[in-house]
Design a protein around this ligand. Structure first.
Ligand SMILES: *[C@@H]1O[C@H](CO)[C@@H](O)[C@H](O)[C@H]1NC(C)=O
Ligand SMILES: *[C@@H]1O[C@H](CO)[C@@H](O)[C@H](O)[C@H]1NC(C)=O
Ligand SMILES: *[C@@H]1O[C@H](CO)[C@@H](O)[C@H](O)[C@H]1NC(C)=O
Length: 507
């Protein structure tokens, strides 16, 4: 008996079993197809019941080799000759053997697909391999060596979904510098593995049996952006669950029933939050999101909101979630479930129906009414203040008061701010003297000018620079020191006026 005969019998057996009886020649001809797709030469031998590759394959320069859905129990030796291979798809076979040694020569290998095979463990490769994506989903893996990925320096995406994992060493990816996406969904994890990784950005743990989320779960993954914990049994998100980088948190289809001000307070970059299908009843408060300025998408469908109480919170949270910018795009998800008289109404409608039974008023009107009330209040207050001011003022000739202010900067008890404000009200620009016509229109300032205190003359230089721009120069070319000293009573009056002005400022 020669080996070739045994092999060919073994090779034909599945075909006979599956009832496909064909001529051997015909079979060989259509065994593997070659074609070019997206500029890449493909060799496609999928769905052929193969357990070995034919010897006379012509296209060893294929970049994509598809051997999926066959009966391979090990990596065929001819594979070694595909030196330019970029993608090797061996999904849907019966592989359980370690990676062959020759794989280390595949310098361009980027994707290795071993999905749906017979692996029950994954071990460190014997030599360095360069692939970027490894698909090990749908195997029976329950053990992965701690150093399994220590010789895969380029690995960036690893799919381990639908296996039998319940624990993984947290240091497993510490040396995989490019690790970016890790899919662990559909396994048996009970908690979130606290991997140490500076590169991991996306971690998927959907549909495990996770019941507890610890506040530190993401703290060692210093680049984590996406965390998918959907379809688990988590009952609460711990206070201070923290990550400086996390942007997308998927907690949909868990058993979370309440949030607090501290739930998301340590997730400063949170942008997308999925809380569909949880146990929320009580309408949230907007303060829960006070620390999340980048929040832009929130999913809340499938919760049974109770609008009991009909507080203004219903309205505020509704507006927060649906306006500027809208975070919940599906407004139908913000619908009251209880009490029965508002079932199927939105939170907004429930609030309005309860407090404005005619139903015609919207929240905009409420807001406007409040604003108008505030404005009227402010007006009344200022009117009362003015009234008091006028009442307190013993001698209020208007022109004199104005003059006092105009000469303000040199009055010792006056304060700078007030003077500047008043000067800005005059009709000409500060830096230029008024034109002749303007000057004619200006009030005459004699009386008050004489009432300026002595102080001015003591600071002579200062006075000159300021007075050179002041209105006083137009009516009086020189200050008369002697005159002012003779007008003590007038000066006292001035001080009183200033005090009156201060009263008005406090109002
Ligand atoms: C491969 O071998 C089969 C028969 O063994 C033959 O029919 C087929 O033409 C060969 N293909 C090439 C490309 O030589
Ligand atoms: C691997 O193959 C499976 C089944 O053929 C497919 O669904 C999956 O997308 C492939 N994975 C990659 C990374 O291409
Ligand atoms: C619905 O019933 C609650 C009491 O359960 C009541 O306070 C509320 O005013 C009712 N709302 C409407 C719109 O009838």
């Amino acid at each position: 008996m020669d080996v070739g005969l045994i092999l060919s019998v073994l090779w034909l057996l599945p075909q006979v079993q599956s009832g496909v009886l064909r001529d051997v020649m015909d079979y060989q001809e259509e065994l593997c197809r070659t074609y070019t797709l997206q500029d890449l030469l493909h060799l496609d031998c999928s769905d052929r019941g193969l357990s070995d590759l034919p010897d006379n394959i012509s296209s060893y320069d294929a970049k994509v080799v598809i051997l999926s859905n066959n009966n391979f129990i090990s990596f065929p030796r001819q594979l070694e000759q595909f030196s330019q291979i970029q993608t090797l798809d061996m999904s849907g076979n019966r592989l359980s053997t370690p990676l062959p040694a020759y794989i280390e020569n595949f310098q361009s290998l980027a994707i290795l697909n071993l999905s749906n095979n017979n692996y029950d463990a994954w071990r460190k490769s014997e030599s360095t391999v360069h692939f970027k994506r490894l698909d090990l989903s749908r195997n029976k893996i329950n053990r992965i060596d701690e150093d399994a990925f220590s010789l895969t320096p380029m690995l960036s995406s690893l799919d381990l979904s639908e296996n039998r994992l319940n624990d993984l060493a947290t240091t497993m990816f510490a040396s995989a510098q490019h690790m970016d996406t890790l899919i662990l969904s559909r396994n048996y994890f009970l908690t979130v593995p606290q991997f140490q990784s500076q590169s991991l950005r996306s971690l998927h743990l959907s549909n495990c049996q996770i019941a507890v989320l610890s506040a530190n779960a993401a703290s060692e993954m210093t680049s984590l952006v996406v965390l998918d914990l959907s379809i688990n049994q988590i009952e609460s998100i711990p206070d201070n669950f923290h990550s400086k980088t996390l942007q997308e948190l998927d907690m949909s289809y868990n058993e979370v029933s309440s949030l607090s001000d501290r739930t998301f307070s340590s997730l400063p970059h949170l942008a997308v939050l999925d809380l569909r299908g949880n146990g929320f009843k009580e309408v949230w408060s907007t303060s829960y999101f006070a620390s999340n300025p980048f929040l832009r998408e929130v999913y809340v469908k499938g919760n049974r909101w109770s609008c009991e109480g009909f507080g203004v919170n219903l309205l505020l949270t509704y507006e927060f979630l649906t306006k500027d910018p809208p975070k919940v795009s599906d407004k139908a998800s913000l619908i009251c479930y209880t009490p029965s008289n508002v079932t199927q109404l939105t939170w907004q409608q429930a609030y309005i129906r309860t407090w404005h039974a005619d139903g015609s008023t919207g929240s905009e009107y409420t807001f406007m009414a409040v604003m108008i009330g505030i404005i009227i209040g402010v007006l009344i207050t200022s009117l009362v203040c003015r009234g008091l001011m006028v009442f307190n003022r013993p001698d209020p000739p208007r022109q004199t008061a104005e003059t006092t202010v105009l000469n303000g900067p040199v009055t010792p008890i006056q304060d700078d701010q007030q003077v500047r404000v008043t000067l800005r009200n005059t009709s000409f620009r500060e830096d230029l003297p008024p034109s002749y016509d303007e000057a004619l229109l200006l009030p005459r300032l004699n009386s008050s000018f004489h009432s300026l205190p002595d102080f001015v003359d003591e600071e002579d230089t200062l006075r000159r620079s300021r007075r050179s721009r002041s209105i006083g120069d137009l009516t009086e070319t020189r200050p008369r020191i002697g005159d002012r000293r003779l007008h003590e009573p007038e000066r006292d009056k001035n001080i009183k006026r200033v005090q009156n002005i201060r009263v008005s400022k406090h109002c």
